[in-house]
Write a protein that binds this ligand. Structure first.
Ligand code: HEC
Ligand code: HEC
Ligand code: HEC
Ligand code: HEC
Ligand code: HEC
Ligand code: HEC
Ligand code: HEC
Length: 273
């Protein structure tokens, strides 16, 4: 669980201290929005922008959405983005609208088409605040989010609970998220590679990397962070009790003929097939 006291103060009541900064954000957003509202979400390592703009529309607050989207609004109390607020004296909780844009026109029209943004169709909304993510998805090996084949919402639930399900007891849900599409790697296996219990992200960076298969490392260091390399006999290298001296010159640990069934095996514990 997060300790709320560790959260960025810029998101809450005592945000006034930072009003100097915020003014500048407000001015920037005023160029595009009729009502100058900026979301106070400047955190330590994230420069923040305005939420999406819908010409002519104003921010109305998450509460108004509940009339017609009751289940989503109810669950949203637990969501990471719940804590985002619009600044200023008339501050409203801008939670829903930080991703969907200002909702007044949508509300008044009773939910008419094309009056609100649905980020399922494009990650641009998310990039407004998560600037660094566009770069990650542009790396040579990445999930095809910019290509429109996978969406941020396939892995992150925007409406309920923490956006990132990893750490502690929710690790299983991280693997389950990946397992929806990658059933082969998810298992079950007769001989499971115990590394999977630490989560798929022990070895993969799911946004993107420079390495094949989105691996976090392209060589044996991926494996040696858990499996020690020992020199019991001078000049000979032992891993997992086996002499690996000549094997290590053949390529990566998961090259053909080696531990090809790296996620788990139905055949044997050495995960060769
Ligand atoms: C008066 C009722 C009403 C209110 C209030 C309302 N909505 Fe809607 N909303 C609808 C209807 C109706 C639809 C269309 C549902 C459908 O097509 O299945 C919709 C659709 C949506 C969609 C999907 C749009 C798409 O293009 O796929 C989003 C996102 C959305 N609403 C967000 C919001 C947010 C955020 C608020 C609060 C600011 C809000 N709604 C308030 C009635 C409402
Ligand atoms: C972190 C950004 C974010 C916030 C905040 C957010 N949503 Fe969404 N919303 C999304 C995404 C992403 C989708 C598309 C979901 C998907 O990919 O299936 C979506 C889809 C929707 C839809 C379309 C129906 C559907 O299930 O696809 C509605 C309605 C909706 N949101 C309402 C709300 C309401 C009401 C709130 C506030 C209580 C809210 N959203 C807050 C990101 C957000
Ligand atoms: C208006 C700005 C804004 C928008 C739009 C936005 N976010 Fe966020 N997001 C934030 C802030 C601020 C945080 C909280 C960062 C923190 O707690 O350190 C956050 C947190 C997150 C986290 C959790 C990060 C963590 O370390 O726990 C994820 C994942 C995330 N956002 C994904 C998305 C996705 C996906 C979308 C688009 C559907 C989106 N965000 C849209 C501002 C935004
Ligand atoms: C294929 C699944 C997947 C997709 C698609 C995805 N993410 Fe993530 N994301 C993850 C996982 C898993 C983590 C946790 C990483 C970890 O624990 O090392 C994460 C972490 C994050 C974080 C918090 C940590 C950080 O890197 O800052 C943010 C913010 C985030 N994602 C935003 C996004 C946005 C924005 C999109 C869409 C443009 C997106 N993600 C698409 C799986 C995904
Ligand atoms: C919504 C479905 C979906 C989800 C969820 C998903 N992926 Fe993917 N994944 C894909 C698609 C689509 C590709 C691209 C396949 C291609 O290009 O042939 C891919 C590619 C990959 C690849 C690279 C495969 C290659 O051949 O280079 C890895 C590794 C991967 N995903 C791991 C993960 C992990 C880890 C998670 C969970 C954090 C995850 N995926 C969640 C759909 C998904
Ligand atoms: C111990 C490290 C490790 C863990 C943990 C791990 N993987 Fe992998 N994964 C690899 C390696 C290494 C490869 C490359 C295999 C190859 O190129 O033959 C790979 C390849 C993949 C591929 C591409 C498969 C293909 O045949 O091209 C997908 C998809 C994938 N992993 C998904 C996952 C998912 C989902 C999880 C979590 C359930 C996961 N991985 C956990 C190391 C790992
Ligand atoms: C997060 C830690 C972790 C990572 C990373 C990791 N492993 Fe493992 N691996 C384990 C654990 C734990 C076991 C089960 C205990 C043992 O046998 O040492 C295991 C078992 C194995 C076994 C079975 C040993 C046997 O015969 O029973 C092989 C083979 C193996 N790992 C290969 C690899 C390879 C190759 C990589 C790199 C792609 C890798 N591991 C990465 C933690 C890890």
């Amino acid at each position: 669980m997060r300790d709320p006291s560790h959260d960025s103060p810029a998101r809450d009541g005592d945000s006034r201290k930072r009003n100097g900064n915020r003014r500048r954000l407000v001015v920037v957003s005023a160029v595009v929005a009729a009502t100058a509202v900026a979301i106070s979400c400047a955190t330590v390592n994230r420069t923040v922008m305005a939420p999406p703009n819908i010409p002519g529309a104003q921010f109305v607050g998450s509460e108004t959405c509940s009339q017609c989207h009751e289940p989503i609004t109810r669950d949203f109390k637990t969501a990471t983005h719940m804590r985002l607020k619009a600044p200023g004296d008339n501050a409203k909780n801008a939670g829903c609208e930080s991703c969907h844009g200002p909702g007044s026109i949508h509300n008044e029209s009773g939910g008419a088409r094309n009056t609100i943004i649905n980020p399922r169709k494009s990650p641009e909304t998310c990039f407004q605040c998560h600037l660094d993510k566009r770069g990650e998805f542009s790396l040579p090996h990445h999930h095809p989010v910019l290509e429109g084949k996978v969406s941020c919402g396939d892995c992150h639930n925007p409406h309920k609970g923490p956006m990132v399900k990893s750490g502690g007891t929710s690790l299983f849900s991280e693997n389950e998220t990946c397992g929806q599409c990658h059933t082969v790697q998810f298992g079950p296996f007769v001989y499971e590679h115990e590394a999977l219990r630490e989560g798929c992200t022990t070895c993969h960076q799911p946004h993107g990397t420079v390495n094949q298969r989105m691996l976090i490392s392209r060589n044996q260091s991926l494996c040696l962070k858990c499996h020690f390399q020992q020199q019991l006999i001078p000049g000979r290298i032992t891993i997992g009790g086996q002499d690996h001296t000549s094997l290590l010159t053949r390529g990566t640990c998961w090259s053909a003929g080696c531990h090809e069934a790296i996620h788990g095996s139905q055949v044997g514990s050495s995960m060769r097939f």
